[in-house]
Design a protein around this ligand. Structure first.
Ligand SMILES: *Cc1c(COP(=O)(O)O)cnc(C)c1O
Length: 400
């Protein structure tokens, strides 16, 4: 082994010793809807996808994708500013802007890159970034990579945010970033209060609505629609397309000058190949399906509510989430992994989420629901949890 490999092997061993090794499971087959899956030879029910509306294999969206691939080909061939910006991308940006009631939108290849883009263009050395402590890793990385002074405030704590803003003597050079729906907890940020604090101090606010877009709000435009917040309140809205929308990619929506600045200056926009145009065409169809089939939003939220009620009956503590993300806190890494393995043995695929994704001591099972689940499948899951609870495999955080 090279010296570099020896060092890497030591780090891997340390990670394994801490119970934090990760393992990919290969999906061999998916039935329509994506809930019944064959995972490494085992038939199981998936409760871990972010395809909340069950759109990833919707026939209309698949057809739009195939038709566009035949017309445009598979690859875009270049970045947007060279020759990769096709009419499908262009029209999709206009449709996305309308969907979230913002003046303009810009497509990115991933949400991770979109978050990096915003932070790098809005702030730099000498500026400030303030983030919720439980923000998604891509927001934390974006803040750190920007070179601005970086601080985290206590989770969803607007008083703590206000204190930090006052301390800095905030100006336009303090970027505030928060998840709309927190990805590992499922709760919703106090967006109205955060937006008010930012407006008072003239600090730009980015809301990352990766898990709210498509699910929350009367039209499915997400947590900012639900909170009734326009572009003056939340000047920078980032949403991903790979979750509830069922396709791939992301976009930032905001004022024309914000979007033009990202287009001109964001390195994660300039120096990467544009999304395949067929993905843009599929996303356009997905927006139409979201409008035509609003029952998908209600169904997934009903499943989440039923699951929470079921947890309460079992004496298992739920977190304050009314979104499709429903975690059950376990505590220690090993216990969370054991619970996840036991569920898998029974045919339920639910991941254990451990540090560094979540704070130490808050390892958990993260259940996610989809409009493709049936009520019977939710009951099956609860029955399996009851058994694990009775047999002592499932012990919630804090209980001996
Ligand atoms: C998934 C996620 C992202 C990253 O989006 P990708 O398109 O998968 O890169 C960003 N923010 C949050 C909150 C997410 O959950």
């Amino acid at each position: 082994m090279s010296r570099a490999d020896v060092t890497l092997a030591e780090k891997l061993a340390a990670q394994a010793a801490a119970g934090r090794s990760r393992r990919r499971r290969t999906v061999e087959a998916r039935e329509p809807g994506g809930v019944r899956v064959n995972v490494e030879g085992r038939e199981c029910l998936s409760f871990c996808s972010n395809d909340y509306l069950g759109l990833a294999d919707h026939p209309r969206i698949v057809a739009a994708f195939c038709e566009a691939a035949r017309r445009w080909g598979v690859g875009s061939g270049a970045s947007h500013l060279v020759s990769g910006h096709d009419a499908e991308h262009h029209v999709l940006e206009e449709e996305l802007a309308r969907f979230v009631a913002r003046p303009r939108a810009l497509l990115f290849s991933t949400g991770y890159m979109a978050n990096l883009a915003v932070a790098s263009v809005l702030v730099g050395r000498g500026d400030h970034v303030l983030e919720d402590r439980l923000n998604h890793a891509s927001l934390l990385d974006a803040g750190l990579a920007s070179g601005a002074r970086f601080a985290r405030y206590a989770h969803a704590d607007v008083a703590a945010l206000r204190k930090r803003l006052a301390l800095i003597g905030a100006t336009a050079r303090t970027l505030v970033m928060t998840d709309g729906v927190f990805s590992m907890d499922g709760d919703i940020a106090p967006l109205r209060e955060i937006a008010a604090a930012c407006r008072e101090t003239d600090a730009p606010l980015l809301v990352d609505d990766a898990h709210g877009f498509g699910v929350l709000g009367a039209m499915g435009a997400g947590s900012v629609e639900e909170a009734g917040l326009g572009v003056d309140d939340v000047p920078i809205l980032m949403c991903t397309l790979g979750k509830a929308v069922g396709t791939f990619g992301a976009f930032v929506a905001g004022s024309p000058v914000l979007i033009e600045s990202l287009l001109q200056r964001a390195r994660t926009y300039l120096y990467t190949t544009a999304l395949p145009p067929a993905v843009a065409a599929a996303t356009r169809e997905s927006l139409r399906v979201m409008r035509d089939e609003p029952w998908r939003r209600s169904r997934v939220l009903e499943h989440a509510a039923r699951f929470r009620a079921g947890l309460a009956d079992l004496g298992l503590p739920s977190l304050p989430s009314r979104t499709p993300i429903q975690p059950v806190l376990i505590g220690e890494e090993a216990a969370a992994v054991a619970a996840s393995s036991a569920l898998f043995e029974q045919g339920f695929w639910v991941p254990a989420i451990r540090p560094p994704t979540v704070p130490v001591g808050t390892s958990r099972l993260r259940f996610t629901f989809s409009a493709s689940h049936t009520s019977a499948q939710v009951e099956q899951l609860l029955a399996a949890l009851r058994e694990l609870r009775t047999s002592g495999v499932l012990r919630p955080a804090g209980s001996a």
